[in-house]
Design a protein around this ligand. Structure first.
Ligand SMILES: Nc1nc2c(c(=O)[nH]1)N[C@H]1C(S)=C(S)[C@@H](COP(=O)(O)O)O[C@H]1N2
Ligand SMILES: [Mo]
Length: 354
């Protein structure tokens, strides 16, 4: 593994991933969902909070939290993954939040639809995009900013896109965007702006830092690249057996080993998951469970029967119904985004008498 610096350790100690054993839960318990915050977590007073809907609209709105909560509510299980998931596994090393594979989670979000609010404000005919701006300020790439991202009008209006004020049945935790955040199913997490303060409908494409500079797929700093959008497919397994404290290496008994995990894609449903115990040389189809929601990960399982004690490398790979399949080797780009190379779990099978 490439070594990470103290600045990366500082980020890794503030943000945190899903412990992979928590893949066991269909809905990630509060506190186990990954967290990624670029700047500081703002302390927001819900009593004085306002969401402004401004810009190219007929009727600008300024809504209190209780007014938003009084609107028609939707609840959906949504799998969210950071675009930088897998970054620490790419070569050459990309300096940023050093995720291995744990920047994912699924919560049951409750909120109100963005389409409904846009209709109420009345989007003007010259509008092209909707900018979602957070309360959190900071400096990124030498640019001072409020964290902000945009969506095309069509994407902002699409089914399932909501302003969420609750997760797993309780008000949002501070680190997940209290009191109000955007949730955009199927897209990488940077899209789902936390601590939402302003929705601005604009007549020109948004050129903010997190849109026009960060979150671009490109292999050199001087090319504009293409935007990072939806999650490419990924399957993860709960590492089986017991771990070594320091190396996290796994140890299992020489017996039938139940393997379980979850798989998701932002491009469509999961068509299949394949399992390998020889580092990706040979593959065996896993069993898929029924989906728990259109925007949520899907459980899969496989019974692995190692034929002898020794060292193995377990892998899993997802396929979606849009025809995407996980690669064996990580794709490289400047930001270390969208690395969905297959998970590799080294395991030692111990003889029965050990
Ligand atoms: N306002 C604001 N929204 C934000 C961010 C942020 O730093 N500020 N980080 C984004 C990124 S990169 C991710 S991956 C998700 C993480 O959401 P979570 O911490 O609730 O898991 O929030 C997104 N929304
Ligand atoms: Mo992210």
């Amino acid at each position: 593994m490439a070594s990470v610096g103290l600045d990366e350790l500082q980020l890794a100690a503030r943000n945190h991933g899903l412990p992979l054993e928590a893949l066991a839960y269909p809905v990630t318990p509060l506190g186990l969902h990954y967290v990624l915050t670029h700047f500081d977590i703002p302390a927001v007073d819900a009593a004085t909070f306002r969401l402004d809907i401004a810009g190219a609209v007929e009727r600008p709105l300024s809504l209190r939290l209780d007014e938003i909560q009084a609107r028609p509510a939707v609840t959906a299980a949504v799998t969210m993954e950071c675009a930088g998931n897998g970054r620490a596994l790419v070569q050459p090393h990309v300096v940023s939040q050093p995720w291995l594979l744990e920047a994912v989670g699924t919560m049951e979000w409750t909120g109100t639809s963005v389409a409904g609010l846009l209709d109420e404000a009345g989007v003007r005919s010259d509008a092209v995009e909707v900018v979602f701006e957070g309360l959190d300020a900071g400096i990124d790439g030498a640019v001072e900013q409020l964290y902000a991202r945009s969506l095309s009008l069509a994407d902002a209006r699409s089914d399932g896109v909501m302003l969420a004020y609750a997760a797993n049945g309780v008000p949002l935790l501070p680190q997940h965007g209290f009191p109000l955040r955007l949730v955009v199913p199927g897209w990488y997490g940077m899209t789902s702006v936390k601590w939402l303060r302003t929705i601005r409908v604009v007549a020109e494409p948004f050129q903010g830092y997190q849109q026009a500079h960060a979150y671009r797929m490109r292999v050199s700093e001087d090319e504009p690249g293409t935007p990072v959008t939806r999650m490419v497919p990924r399957a993860l397994m709960v590492p089986p057996g017991i771990p070594d404290f320091m190396t996290r290496e796994r140890f299992v008994a020489a017996a039938a080993v139940p393997i379980a995990g979850r798989a998701w894609s932002g491009w469509g449903g999961i068509e299949g998951v394949d399992f390998s115990s020889d580092g990706g040389e040979s593959w065996h189809p896993a069993t898929l469970a029924e989906p728990i929601g259109r925007h949520a990960w899907r459980a899969w399982s496989y019974t692995w029967r190692p034929d002898r004690p020794g060292r193995y490398e377990l892998c899993c790979a997802a396929r979606d119904d849009a025809g995407n399949r996980q690669p064996l080797a990580p794709p490289w780009n400047v930001g270390g985004y969208s690395n969905n190379a297959v998970q590799r779990v080294p395991v030692t099978v111990r003889a029965q008498d050990q």
